[in-house]
Design a protein around this ligand. Structure first.
Ligand code: ASP
Length: 331
């Protein structure tokens, strides 16, 4: 009996040691685009860096205490959706009617389960709805009023469309809409806006997860949906391979199935995460004429953040490492 107890204690000790020696890593982005020092200015530069630091800290604390990659991804994205600085949740860009219309998705690398919502206008945190779609429904993607109905049934917080609109976005809308109507007499099909958010994580059990949330492209019409809620295009996670989140001109990511393309190059071609991502961004996306970026983490905790734009709000932190926060292309 005593020997058995001793054995159980030793196994527990061994398991805890093993867990604490496992690496974990977290990478986040807050959108890619034409982000220049002179346009952003020092005050906004430090606002963004602080928000990235805080978002990263939220996820790191979860991973550091043995939490799951999935929980870390959801918490980071909730933080960024609640921040007015990013094009996700509150602060999202507005569509042609002056309304915030949101897309989000999440994927669990353990069982490759996934959930997503698209074109929703009243769910406070679309990433929470995406997770519930994954965990409490047999569907992957729900859209518009159907997704809102589901979120309400699940007890998620529902807000007035006004909640999402910040003074800066309203100002922007007035300006571009007027210009557009004066110009061609029609509303542009879409308008780039950096600030989509995403997060990928590897936890200490070796599980991978990825998530993305966005307001999409400014002045979008006809309930246009981008790549962010499309699994394989804007978000992908598979244990043993990698977890990825995209930002950029969504139509290119959908057509090129770009997140999955990175994973496929690793799986079938034996490429490293960094090389696979480099090829996808600087060859495939570039050749298609698209712009944007990707973040990723592999099953060993190697991280990569790549883009073909001037900048990408981005940050990462590995177990026992310092937080690294960057914005511009020359950093
Ligand atoms: N990928 C998003 C979309 O096309 C936008 C972005 O990431 O900037 O909806």
């Amino acid at each position: 009996m005593r020997i058995r107890t001793l054995f159980a204690l030793l196994s527990l000790l061994f398991y805890t040691q093993l867990l604490s020696s496992q690496s974990f890593a977290l990478v986040i982005h807050g959108g890619a685009g034409s982000i220049q020092r002179e346009d952003l200015g020092p005050a906004r530069d430090s606002l963004y860096r602080k928000a990235l630091q805080e978002a990263l800290a939220t996820g790191y604390a979860i991973l550091d205490s043995g939490g799951s990659a999935l929980d870390a991804v959801e918490s980071v994205i909730v933080y960024m959706e609640n921040s007015p600085l990013f094009n996700a949740g509150r602060g999202a860009i507005l569509n042609s009617e002056g309304i915030a219309e949101l897309d989000a998705s999440i994927m669990d690398g353990r069982d490759m389960n996934a959930g997503a919502v698209a074109s929703v206008r009243s769910i406070k945190n679309p990433i929470k709805a995406a997770r519930l779609a994954m965990e409490r429904s047999s569907y992957v993607l729900m859209v518009a009023d159907g997704a809102e109905h589901f979120a309400k049934d699940q007890g998620l917080e529902i807000v007035e469309p006004e909640y999402f609109i910040t003074p800066a976005r309203r100002e922007w809308y007035k300006k571009v809409k007027m210009k557009d109507e004066r110009g061609a007499g029609r509303i542009m099909l879409s308008h780039p806006a950096f600030g989509t958010v995403g997060c990928v994580a590897l936890d200490s059990r070796g599980n991978l997860a990825a998530g993305t949330s966005t307001g999409g492209r400014g002045l979008k019409r006809y309930r246009r949906v981008g790549d962010s809620p499309i699994i394989g295009a804007g978000t992908y996670a598979e244990n043993g391979v990698c977890a990825l989140s995209a930002t950029g001109y969504g139509e290119y990511y959908i057509r090129g199935v770009l997140a999955y393309d990175v994973a496929a190059r690793m799986k079938y071609g034996g490429l490293s995460l960094q090389d696979a991502m480099h090829e996808v961004i600087h060859q495939r996306l570039q050749d298609m004429g698209g712009t944007g970026g990707l973040i990723g983490v592999d099953s060993e905790g190697n991280v990569s953040m790549d883009f073909n734009t001037n900048g990408m709000f981005r940050a990462y932190r590995k177990k026992d490492g310092q937080a690294v926060v960057k914005i511009y292309g020359d950093e």
